[in-house]
Design a binder for this molecule. Structure first.
Ligand code: F0G
Length: 395
């Protein structure tokens, strides 16, 4: 707990293991009780589970975060041909993406370690979240972004919250390499999902969804995969919840990749024998990642939950996003992989008609307004004269 460390002696990533005493002390009912409290750390959808995240800490950098919406919409059920389809909307976090759940933990830990400067590489959302939590904690934030490939809402957030933004002339994978060098050689504290405290916070996406379902385990969780931090955190969340007896069976995980950024999908098809990095290209810039750093942990998450990895192309992503937007919920392009993935898994029969499925919507609609304008928003926009006659035909 008092060391700056990202890697294990074996060269793999560090994973936090909570002690058996921790699990014995935790009562699931306590989490439910806290939902009615007014203390920020109780209503936070992350710190509500604090004993199983960072036990013993009580100086949280908390907004609060989490406690996101859990939606069931007929329009989306019809689209995916699945009655029991729920959407957990992580775009409703304080900075508009699930990243806040891991960031509150990583920045709490950065403060406890006495770090001055925190840094990350990002396709956009991590940088917005880091910038916000660093501002909250009074730390200096430096973010490494792929130049020209970050959606406008996300870049504006990172700049607005006051982070130093470095637009790297290269892709996300190059930025990721660079921040790792900066962490080991210059000593900035790196809060990418390589940092073992980030996934601890991201576990609560699953735990809160289980709580939303009154601890009745669904059959599936379906969500997008880029750097695979969520995939690995979700596997850990489910294994821990099952071992602790909070749920009586393990749901299956389905990671959905964009077809143009699909190294994990290729590896899955190849029985996970290796991971071949790809040069990534997709409209879903959040997951435009060719060499995911969490591969080994994510592989374990899929194999330990009898999970699957699938891919969807950009046209499927846009179509699913349009459905989510027009259901009144809205999300950013990468998040729509979840619905596109559910639809595909229903057509292939992997998801059964009677299954209960939770699709994770990872980011807010306003993160990437250009995607809407360039693909279907213009259909609804009409420039008219300022007369009743001109507007009447649209009413
Ligand atoms: N959805 C959104 C909206 C994201 O921002 C990301 C990742 C993912 C899905 C994929 O999650 O990496 O855990 O598999 N965004 C990172 C970032 C890479 O820098 O904001 P993952």
């Amino acid at each position: 707990m008092d060391q700056v460390r990202y890697k294990c002696d074996c060269g793999g990533l560090i994973e936090i293991i909570h002690s058996p005493q921790t699990w014995q002390k935790i009562k699931r009912a306590k989490f439910d009780e806290r939902k009615t409290s007014r203390r920020p750390e109780d209503i936070s959808g992350v710190w509500r589970f604090r004993e199983a995240i960072l036990p013993g800490v009580n100086d949280w950098v908390c907004h609060p975060e989490g406690r996101t919406g859990f939606y069931k919409r007929k329009k989306l059920s019809d689209y995916a041909e699945l009655e029991n389809l729920y959407c957990k909307h992580e775009g409703e976090n304080p900075t508009g993406s699930f990243k806040d759940r891991g960031m509150t933990v990583a920045i709490t830990q950065a403060k406890a370690l006495g770090m001055q400067t925190v840094a990350c590489a990002s396709t956009g959302n991590t940088s917005a979240s880091l910038a916000s939590y660093a501002a909250h904690a009074g730390l200096k934030a430096v973010v490494f972004l792929p130049d020209g490939k970050v959606a406008s809402g996300k870049l504006a957030q990172a700049l607005g919250y006051g982070a130093t933004c470095l637009a790297i002339k290269g892709d996300f994978d190059a930025a990721m390499n660079l921040v790792q060098k900066a962490a080991s050689e210059v000593g900035v504290y790196m809060v990418n999902s390589l940092n073992p405290f980030r996934p601890e916070g991201q576990k609560t996406i699953i735990w809160e969804a289980l709580q939303d379902l009154n601890w009745q385990a669904p059959d599936w969780f379906v969500f997008p995969g880029g750097n695979l931090g969520n995939t690995s955190a979700f596997g850990k969340a489910l294994r821990e919840a099952h071992a602790a007896g909070w749920i009586d069976r393990l749901p299956r995980l389905a990671t959905v990749q964009a077809a143009g950024a699909n190294p994990f999908y290729n590896s899955f098809r190849n029985k996970f024998q290796s991971l071949e990095p790809v040069t990534a290209e997709t409209i879903a810039t959040a997951i435009r990642i060719g060499n995911p750093v969490n591969f080994s942990k994510a592989r374990h998450a899929i194999t330990s939950t009898n999970g699957l990895v699938i891919q969807v192309d950009d046209a499927e992503i846009i179509e699913a996003k349009k459905q989510i937007d027009m259901s009144g919920i809205g999300c950013e392009p990468a998040s729509a992989c979840s619905l596109a993935g559910v639809k595909q898994l229903r057509s292939s029969g992997e998801i059964k008609e009677s299954d209960t499925v939770v699709a994770i919507l990872t980011g807010h609609m306003l993160k990437d307004p250009d995607c809407i304008m360039q693909n279907y928003g213009e259909e609804n926009l009409h420039v008219v004269d300022a007369t009743l006659e001109a507007v009447a035909k649209y009413l």
